[in-house]
Design a protein around this ligand. Sequence first.
Ligand SMILES: [Zn+2]
Length: 227
Amino acid sequence: MSAEWFFKLKEYDSLSKMRINHLKAIKEQQARLESLNIKRQKKQDEVAELKSELHSLQQKYYESEKKMKSCEEQASRLKDIGGSEEKINAYIKEASVIENGLFEQLERTDGIHIELEEAKVFLKGLEKSFTEIEGEVKEEIQKHTLENSQVEMRMKLIMEELPDDFRRILESTLKKNLAVGPFTRLNNGSCFFCHWKISRVDESEIDMQRQLKICPQCSRIFLPYGS
Ligand SMILES: [Zn+2]
């Protein structure tokens, strides 16, 4: 009779591994979209920064142009009234320095427009892969969620079917989250995992009488020989 329960214990364990894999797969799918989202956000931030730079450049350009014009006007006014050559030259020089600055600003403005255009193309491509990947991701998540709910239902059923002693021991062993799972076997009279020596009496109760026992050291459940 107990052979059947040991079999169910093992099934429960393999179902819980399947469950871990489904949840992991769901997380991986979500991460695919997340990484695209991060890329998109980064590019959108860059675009916002470029636009704000463009705006202040335009402001600066407008002011510099006004200043340059006023220098030129001053120079020509002084010329008309026969003002000092030195002052006229100073205004002309200032206007020319400002003009050079205007060229630089224009160059940067062109550069920004190119970068904005590139960003637009990049974002458009990103939207396309978003649409493609979103469909795939949705499908995969749906598939794993459905399969996982079947696995969980089966786990719940097994838990309900198990006799009290099996259920109690399985529950308390699962809580310990042991590496490689909650089961062990006898190996030359010792626990396969932690090598704890088992008494002859226990050994016969586990393997011959198929009694439910846990390792006193690592708390894994002993599966009898042949189960
Ligand atoms: Zn052990």
